[in-house]
Design a protein around this ligand. Structure first.
Ligand SMILES: [Zn+2]
Length: 399
């Protein structure tokens, strides 16, 4: 019941995790913490440190990490939910739960654009966004938090519409370009209205995703100036290399790389961001469900791909899917830091990986094995049904 919104205060909880072999913070400025013990109280991180320095008494739940690595819960910055744990794009049930088995504990909607019969009139699109925001606040498959209610802007919207959406609880826009607004000037006007009322924006960068969507090139992105350059590596069709480099050089906004994009363009983006010393702007999404399907391991696949082929240390690549995204999107999770949400993934190198240890295995291109995922201080799953099996797994121990 811990993940249900019952309206009653939850019972006090105190989670103690000991014997952590490697603690990855999600903070790109300091990605590996010198600590082996973590305490979370009522779903928030309360202490991190060495066992001798942390009060580990009075646990209501105790986990022996058994020498495995602990990372913040992974964040998928770009999903296309509709309603419930169902996607009409591939007519698939349970896709969010499958992604939980890939370590994802938080998802951000880039628009509920696959909704059959999606309304495009202004009152209709506002109503649908408010519905999605409410529904996914109350519905958390396996505990996964889906930040949804992301309206796609259409011609005719006025400042009052953004004010109304914000006061109704909507704080993200869907991908600009998937509606009728595809020109920089109109997009920029609506992005600035959205920003004025605390609504973050993202844009569909690159060629059309499916018949009916359009091209958004670098000039439109730069003019619109959204908070997130959505799938800078295309979704799936990427912009020419020189345009991607220009976006990295000229836009200060988040550089979002997605699984369902162009992989070569993803590597170009990460190398360019590295040269520009702005890897902290890089965030990851799957852009699923999509024509390419649903990838439950999409985020860990991106971490391994960018680390192994993009020469990024594995602990830094993990930050792309945790702390970087949390900071860009102002989320309360994604970092191992006192006060943050107690969302954790326990990983170890996959059985029989050629890597010497977890980080080495990722840098060699293997996927990590996930042994447990916790959300808000509660164990959501134990050994993942989707990753290759972890060599070691944590266990819940009785006091
Ligand atoms: Zn898109």
């Amino acid at each position: 019941m811990a993940h249900e919104q019952t309206g009653q205060a939850p019972a006090p909880s105190r989670l103690v995790i000991h014997n952590i072999g490697l603690l990855l913070s999600g903070d790109i400025g300091n990605p590996i913490l010198d600590a082996d013990t973590l305490v979370a109280v009522n779903g928030k991180i309360a202490a991190v440190g060495k066992a001798k320095d942390v009060d580990t008494e009075n646990a209501t739940l105790r986990i022996d990490a058994n020498g495995t690595a602990l990372t913040p819960g992974l964040i998928d910055s770009h999903v296309q939910p509709v309603a419930g744990d169902w996607t009409p794009r591939q007519n698939q049930l349970g896709w969010i739960d499958s992604c939980l088995h890939g370590g994802v504990t938080t998802m951000v909607s880039a628009g509920e654009v696959h909704a059959p019969g999606r309304p495009k009139d202004i009152v209709g699109l506002k109503a649908m966004a408010i519905f999605a925001q409410r529904a996914f606040t109350a519905f958390r498959p396996g505990g996964v938090r889906v930040l949804a209610g992301a309206p796609v802007i259409e011609h005719g919207m006025v400042e009052e519409d953004f004010k109304e959406l914000a006061s109704a609880g909507v704080n993200i826009l869907g991908e600009i370009g998937l509606g009728s607004v595809k020109d920089g000037a109109t997009a920029q006007q609506m992005v600035s209205w959205a920003r004025k009322y605390g609504i973050q924006s993202t844009i569909h960068t690159g060629g059309p995703s499916i018949p009916g969507s359009g091209l958004i090139d670098k000039d439109v992105v730069l003019a619109a100036d959204p908070d997130v350059i959505g799938h800078i590596n295309g979704g799936h069709t990427a912009l020419p290399d020189d345009q991607i480099v220009t976006l990295c050089e000229r836009s200060p906004r988040a550089l979002e790389i997605v699984h369902n994009g162009n992989e070569r363009a993803a590597l170009l983006t990460v190398r360019t961001a590295s040269q520009l010393n702005r890897l902290r702007s890089v965030i990851l999404g799957t852009d699923c469900p999509a024509g390419s399907g649903v990838q439950p391991l999409g985020i860990v696949r991106m971490i391994s791909m960018l680390s192994s082929l993009g020469e990024i240390p594995a602990e830094v690549a993990v930050c792309f899917a945790t702390g970087n995204t949390a900071r860009q999107r102002k989320l309360d999770c994604g970092l191992i830091e006192v006060g943050r949400a107690a969302n954790f993934v326990f990983m170890d190198k996959a059985q029989h990986s050629a890597g010497k240890h977890l980080l080495d295995s990722i840098q060699k291109g293997d996927l990590p094995g996930i042994g447990m995922v916790a959300i808000d201080g509660v164990v959501s799953i134990q050994r993942s049904r989707n990753t290759p099996p972890a060599t070691r797994v944590p266990e819940v121990v009785k006091d």
